[in-house]
Design a protein around this ligand. Sequence first.
Ligand SMILES: Cc1ncc(C[n+]2csc(CCOP(=O)(O)OP(=O)(O)O)c2C)c(N)n1
Ligand SMILES: [Mg+2]
Length: 371
Amino acid sequence: MLEAFTSVPHQTIGEDGHLRPGATFDQTPAQLHELWENMTLVREFDRKLVTLLRQGRTTFYAQASGMEATQIGVARGLRAGHDWVWGYYRDQGIALGLGMPLTEVVAQMIGSNSDLNKGRQMPHHPGSVATRFVSGSSSIASQVPPAVGMAMAQQYLGLDEVTVCTFGDGATSEGDWHAGINMAAVQNAPCLFVCENNQWAISTPTARQTRSESIHVKARAYGIPGYFVDGNDVLAVQAAVKELADGMRAGGGPALLECLTYRVGSHSNADADAEKTYRSRDQVREWTQRDPIARFERFLALQGQEIGSEERSEVVARIHREIEAAVQQAEASGQPDWRSMLDDVYSDTPVHLRHQYEGLRQENGGQKESR
Ligand SMILES: Cc1ncc(C[n+]2csc(CCOP(=O)(O)OP(=O)(O)O)c2C)c(N)n1
Ligand SMILES: [Mg+2]
C-alpha cells in the first residue's frame, strides 16, 4: 500500500538500478522490456519531431525528454482504451504509451488531411476517442474541471472506468486547478490527478510557483490523499497509478499524485532555454545524468536483461523508420480542405460564421457549396 504524504518520493528502483529495500515488482521480463521500448519511443519521438520542426514540416513541439518514466508509468498503470486521460500539451508520451497509433499522433502534429482533428487543433495536441486520450489543452489547467465532470459521470453511471487528469507544476497555481480538485473531492469523483512536476513552468522554478513544501501536500487542503513518487522511476509510477486507479474503480475517491521529474529539453520551440537565460547548465547536466531510461537499463541489466548496444541501435532505427513512415503518410494525405473548417462544430452553424464562411468561399474562387 502506497503511503500518503511522504516527504521523500517513493522509489522502486534506486538511482544505481538496484531494487530499493522492501520494493517488489510483478512484471514479466517481456513486460519490462516493453516498458523500456515505450520509453525509448518517447525519447526518439522527441528527436524526430525536433528535426521536423527545423525542417519546417511542423510548427510547434514540446519535448518530454527526461519525463519518459512519468509518462509511460502513467499510461501503463491504466487500462488502455478503457480509462480516460485528460492530459496536457506535453503528454505525447502518455498518448503513445496508451497505444495511440503513430500515424494519428504524427498527422495531428503536422495538421495534415489525415489528422483526426482535420488540422483544427493547435499542432502537438493529439487526441483520440478510441484511445480515450482527450486532445490536450494549451490553456494551463483548463482540462481539470471537465476531467472532474467526466469522473462524476462515471460515478453516476456506475462505470468501472476512471479518469486520470495530468498537468504540470505550473498548472497548480491556476484557479481551474483548485476549483476542479475541490469539486472532485466534495463529489468523491474517481479522478486521479497526476502532477508531472518537472520543476519548471517555462522559466518559473517550483520555488517561485508555490510556498508549499511540495505539490502533493496541497491535497490536504481538499481533504484527499496526496502521494509522492520518483517520476524518473517507471516502476514506481506505474505501480502507484495502478494502485490508485484500482482503488477508485473499487469505489475510492480522488487522489493527487506528484511525480518528481525534470524537463531536460527546452519548454517548447518558443523558449529561451537554448540562450541559457533562466536555468543553470549545471542543473540541466545533473538531471540529464539522472536519465530515467539509463536508470531502467541499469535495473534491467541487474535482472539479467541487459540491453546491448546492438539491440539499442536496432530498436532506435526501427522507431525512426516507423515515425518516418507515419510522417510520409501524413504528408501524402495533403493539407486539410478549408471547407471542413466548420464541420463537427455546430449542428446549426451560427449566422456570423456562415457569413465568414461565405467570405472565404468568395476569396477561394467562389466554388458552389452544398453547405
Ligand atoms: C492559462 C494560461 N496561462 C499561461 C499560459 C502560458 N504557458 C504555457 S506553458 C506554461 C507553463 C506551464 O508549466 P507547467 O504547468 O509546469 O507544465 P510544463 O510545461 O512544465 O510541462 C505557461 C505559463 C497558458 N498556456 N495558459
Ligand atoms: Mg513544469
